[in-house]
Design a protein around this ligand. Sequence first.
Ligand code: PLP
Length: 354
Amino acid sequence: MGLANKLAAPQIKKLVAYQSARRIGGIGNNYLNANESPYPAYQMPKQESWQRYPDFLPGDLTTKYGLYSGTPSDCVLTTRGADEGIDLLIRAFCEPNKDSIVINTPTYAMYDFIAEAHQVSISKIALTPGDFKLDVPAYGALTAQPKIIFLCHPNNPTGNLLSRQDVLALAKKYSDEAFVVVDEAYIEFTPSDSFALDIASTPNLIVLRTLSKAFSLAAVRIGFVLANSDVIQLLAKLIAPYPIPDPCARIALNSLSETGVSYMEAQRDRILFSKAEVEKKLKALSCVERVYPSVTNFLLVKFEDSVKAFDYLVEHGIILRDQAKQPGLENHLRISIGDDIDLQQMLDCLASFK
Ligand SMILES: Cc1ncc(COP(=O)(O)O)c(C=O)c1O
């Protein structure tokens, strides 16, 4: 019995997956089993055909992402963004009003939000002040035994990587009792730091990925869960009948082609170059107290007065992400690395801010 079966919430363990027409499968040349229209949709070019349901899960995309990430295809699940992966994991393993997850603050807000929506309790462990490292000893003081530990690597909004040693130490500590989920939404900005290749040797390690960031496909909503096959099978039982729209799967597949990946890498390098330039210029501004080192496509910045700076930028049509309500981030804003024109406009505006 795998760890996924052992830790599955009881209602999910006994769940029988919905048997959609495509999931049941069957090879024929006359499909009359899914109440689809036999006619093309309005104004569709002849070669485009959308009236049929897509595959239960897009096999070719799953295989392609497996090759891209170095993961066997039975260890990959394609999801509607990494956010759907978070939701599936919490629903699959956590019983409402009984189980708990751990998050490390400050971090991406969706772990907390989804757990709360499913009445799963949340233990919060602060990252170490100033350098945002994992506080591994603090896990020893947890009163509730968690089912899932969410780690964000690199972390949003702080922009730093977690230590490899710390992550693997946590996975080892909880090897039989909890999953350690490493959210690698920004990993393309520092690819050699991925935990994808550790999954085979660490059965309770799960990695989340997305095409929304470095691959520039946020609107297409494609993410991936990388995990041992027993976890993937459990999540596939729970996922919606036809989760991935065909046009989205095709766009994603194209982006993962050899030329697609080279294009992504070139854009990524451009973003990293702009980030270094903006970082220098921000540090020279009198309203800025600190710019944190970041390996991502955003910068966390401490302002003298972030509320006034934020409002001043809004008055000029420039919207940053306010972080002041996150624990330990009073007076902090997060700046995404946009194109040169948008970044210069933001810098000029801050230079005129008193
Ligand atoms: C750390 C992190 N994980 C996941 C996501 C969500 O990604 P997706 O667009 O694939 O749902 C984001 C988006 O901002 C993020 O910052």
